[in-house]
Design a binder for this molecule. Structure first.
Ligand code: SF4
Length: 430
């Protein structure tokens, strides 16, 4: 049996690197010049108000631009770029494309730019459930998937298979984070309905404690490419130090298709994988008794039990979770908090014995609004909750947050990369 081929190429000049990655895995084989080609980067979010470090969070423009140029040189003329970034609350895809310089791709190569959130979706039947997938993705002849080599605090790694969740509408994304479903067993179905012909994993940067900008990015300088969607993710996971058979969604996808997650069943061409393998941590450490991040315990923060997020927390709330922790820290003045429990997502239930229960987001509120264990509920019912709203609501428990500390934190996470070599915003503009 022939093994799937995955190319692993050290990143230097973007055009040379991409060419080499495509040549080694015969990446364009099977695509016709007249095909409707959809490029699906990972552009999960952006922030136009506060500094946003994109390193390891979103696909670099350097890789995207090199790929488009190569496709154009090879004679492909019908190219679309599509993504459905997080809506906060309105679609921001076109603004992100502008920010990243993609408009030049439209001007120079006639590339169509689509924010799926502003386009049409089609309901697709998966048997036990239905999901609404972007029409442009369903109607493409071939999809080139451009995920980032990053970790994910809910599903260990976020690579090609995970990146296709960005083809869903908002409601279907939320459905994947449902109360009674397993996230790892939901999103792998999406790729099964899509004509993904090639995956190019952008490992110019990698991200610990991803998937958002509060994680820690590292310059990694690697590009992974394959026509085999699973094999590409197996190699990506291994390079980040994860044994692919132990990554639940990869295992699940492989089992459904009778495929292997073993590296031995993949032909890796190019770089020696072992040379690049190093562990990238995916999760925030929590106290054993689930009272909050270990960092809180180290700072002596007591009187609050922040229950660790689970996979029912969808991206909207996930993006607000870290800011919420920062606001808690800003309110800590050396004294214990007033016996507070904080719940989020769709599964957490209030415990007895707390004077205040903060219900972070609409789902936590719906889940607990009639819970008899709650003495005094502080409900932040927005979906997802905003920071101003949170700071205002928790005043009721005498918790005085300092919003300026959150702003300072955002500047800090952006500026920390300025001192490091290889962190260059030019990678995200052309
Ligand atoms: S409140 Fe949060 S977890 Fe619930 S649907 Fe909205 S974003 Fe998702």
């Amino acid at each position: 049996m022939t093994k799937p081929v995955v190319s692993v190429v050290a990143y230097s000049d973007p055009m040379e690197t991409l060419r080499s990655a495509l040549d080694l895995c015969d990446g364009l084989k099977g695509m016709n010049r007249s095909d409707k080609i959809l490029l699906k980067p990972n552009l999960v979010s952006w922030d136009f108000k506060l500094p946003f470090p994109p390193y390891g969070v979103i696909t670099t423009s350097s890789v995207m631009f090199a790929l488009v140029q190569i496709l154009y040189e090879e004679g492909f003329r019908n190219i679309t770029i599509g993504e459905a970034p997080l809506m906060i609350p309105k679609p921001i895809g076109m603004a992100i494309y502008k920010q990243l310089g993609y408009e030049k791709l439209r001007e120079k190569y006639g590339v169509e730019l689509v924010d799926f959130n502003e386009d049409s979706f089609e309901e697709v039947d998966f048997g036990d459930f239905k999901l609404s997938i972007a029409k442009k993705a369903l109607e493409a002849d071939s999809i080139i998937n451009l995920p980032v080599l990053k970790t994910h605090n809910q599903c260990q790694v976020s690579l090609g298979i995970k990146n296709l969740k960005g083809c869903l509408n908002r409601k279907s994304k939320m459905f994947c984070h449902g109360k009674d479903v397993d996230l790892d067993h939901m999103f792998p179905h999406i790729i099964e309905k899509l004509p993904v012909a090639l995956t190019i994993t952008d490992g110019v940067y990698t991200l610990a404690k991803g998937p958002g900008p509060t994680g820690n990015a590292l310059r990694k300088n690697i590009i992974i490419a394959s026509r085999d969607r699973l094999a590409c993710d197996v190699v990506g996971a291994e390079i980040m130090g994860y044994s692919a058979p132990e990554v639940e969604h990869l295992k699940f996808y492989a089992k459904r298709h009778g495929l292997s997650t073993s590296l031995e069943d993949i032909e890796v061409r190019g770089e020696d994988l072992e040379k690049h393998r190093s562990y990238v941590d995916f999760d925030w450490e929590w106290t054993r008794d689930d009272t909050g991040p270990k960092g809180f315990a180290k700072r002596g923060i007591t009187g609050v039990a922040i229950r660790k997020y689970d996979s029912s927390l969808c991206t909207g709330c996930s993006m607000m979770y870290n800011p919420m922790l920062i606001l808690f820290m800003s309110a800590f003045k050396g004294q214990p908090f007033p016996n507070v429990e904080v719940l989020s997502g769709k599964r957490q239930k209030a415990s007895p014995g707390y004077d205040y229960t903060i219900l972070f987001g609409k789902c936590a509120w719906e889940q607990n609004k009639d819970n008899p264990n709650i003495k005094k509920a502080i409900s932040i019912k927005k979906c997802p909750p905003g920071m101003e709203e949170f700071a205002e609501a928790v005043k009721e428990a005498g918790i005085e947050c300092d919003l300026s500390q959150y702003v300072a934190y955002r500047h800090y996470i952006f500026n920390r990369y300025k001192k490091e070599d290889g962190f260059d915003m030019d990678m995200f503009t052309m």
